[in-house]
Write a protein that binds this ligand. Sequence first.
Ligand code: SAM
Length: 349
Amino acid sequence: MSNEKAGQDAGWSVYLGDAIDAYPQWPAPAAIISDGAYGVGGFPGDPRTPQGLADWYEPHVESWAKHARASSTLWFWNTEVGWATVHPVLDRHGWEYVQTIVWDKGIAHIAGNVNGETIRRFPVVTEVCAFYRRRLEFPTADGVMPAKEWLRYEWQRAGLRLQTANEACGVANAATRKYLTQDWLWYFPPPEMMQRLVAYANEHGRPGGAPYYSLDGKTPVTADEWASLRDDWSHAHGVTNVWSAPPLNGGERYKGNGVRSAPRVHRPGRNAAVHLNQKPLEFMRRIISASTQPGDVVWEPFGELCSAAVAAVELGRHAYGAELVEHFAELAIERLQSASSRSVPDSTA
Ligand SMILES: C[S@@+](CC[C@H](N)C(=O)[O-])C[C@H]1O[C@@H](n2cnc3c(N)ncnc32)[C@H](O)[C@@H]1O
């Protein structure tokens, strides 16, 4: 197998090699789903302790930031301490923390998982997936500002009274209450409302300061440009940030098409579990349905069996995965070939 592409016509590709080399070749992602090193010696190259994780992830995080769009999201799977260790790296590269999803694997996960240290604490049955988006910031003469500050700053720079924003938007008080407020009730203005604010400011604002609400300093932002700055979100009713499912050991646990089972390539350290870290497809489907649209691009840099890419293809997205170990890449390709044949439209989109 060359380290180029496979299944591109079917909307997916698996890169055999270091994901770092693949990023520049992949189209910009709507979502990146990362499930790499855990700091448990779980695969060759996985640091044996969480302390090594910041250095391990740094080049990836930097490259994700470089190749992402303003609207790209990042879903970072890890242990609690692993994520905490990498969070400053993510933050430094412009990834803004949104929330953490907790995978509750349930009581069955405890069995046999005890040593002299772990017996003196509550049994750990969780992993986390931290959700990030790109930090949205706007340069101004008074410094770089987040969107909430910038919206009000530009309105006032135009010399307009706050209340006139309601007139601009054709609403009783929603514009001041939601879009120009500086408190926690702030909302990102929808594109049609932003268009009204922008048009009003540029028509009625002090002529000397125009353009107002400009991304390039030359022309005011358009509704489409404004929409493109925001990540997609469609929330399935009743789903919280705690997701319960046992670790995979049944039908979904992939062993290939009956040919051979996946090799146990890792060298378990003190805390390492002797199993592959395959994620439930249902979790990957949730992430992809919530944060992307059909036809969007999903990256899975640390593929193994490429669960995120499989879910993406099933849901009509374009999936780009990478995997260092040839045998895993082959199994991932098998899974993706079968996923392409059952690709379905996303009912939540
Ligand atoms: C935790 S597993 C991913 C499991 C996957 N989410 C699934 O559900 O099938 C991490 C995988 O990343 C691979 N890997 C580690 N570093 C990599 C890199 N720089 N580029 C590509 N793959 C890498 C490892 O070989 C390992 O198979």
